[in-house]
Design a protein around this ligand. Structure first.
Ligand SMILES: [Zn+2]
Length: 82
């Protein structure tokens, strides 16, 4: 029974290690409780990272881009179109 419990604990630790290694940390912000607050997306115009739900989305030439503001979206679109 003790051996089984040790196996369970080791399996849980291994799971946590694998999860920590394969989970990309750069793209998510974690709160004090460890929960994911929001995913970050990069504005292709000014290179600023913005929370995905606050990003301004624009489809240009069949590709969807996320911007920090309408101004960046407009500038990026005009530069791409020119
Ligand atoms: Zn921007």
């Amino acid at each position: 029974m003790i051996r089984f419990l040790i196996f369970v604990i080791l399996a849980y630790v291994a799971y946590r290690v694998v999860k920590a290694v394969f989970w990309p940390k750069e793209k998510t912000i974690r709160g004090p409780e460890g929960g994911v607050i929001d995913e970050m997306v990069q504005d292709p115009y000014c290179k600023t990272y913005v929370p995905k739900r606050e990003a301004v989305k624009k489809t240009i030439g069949g590709e969807t881009f996320s911007f920090c503001s309408e101004a960046c979206a407009a500038k990026f679109e005009s530069e791409k179109g020119a």
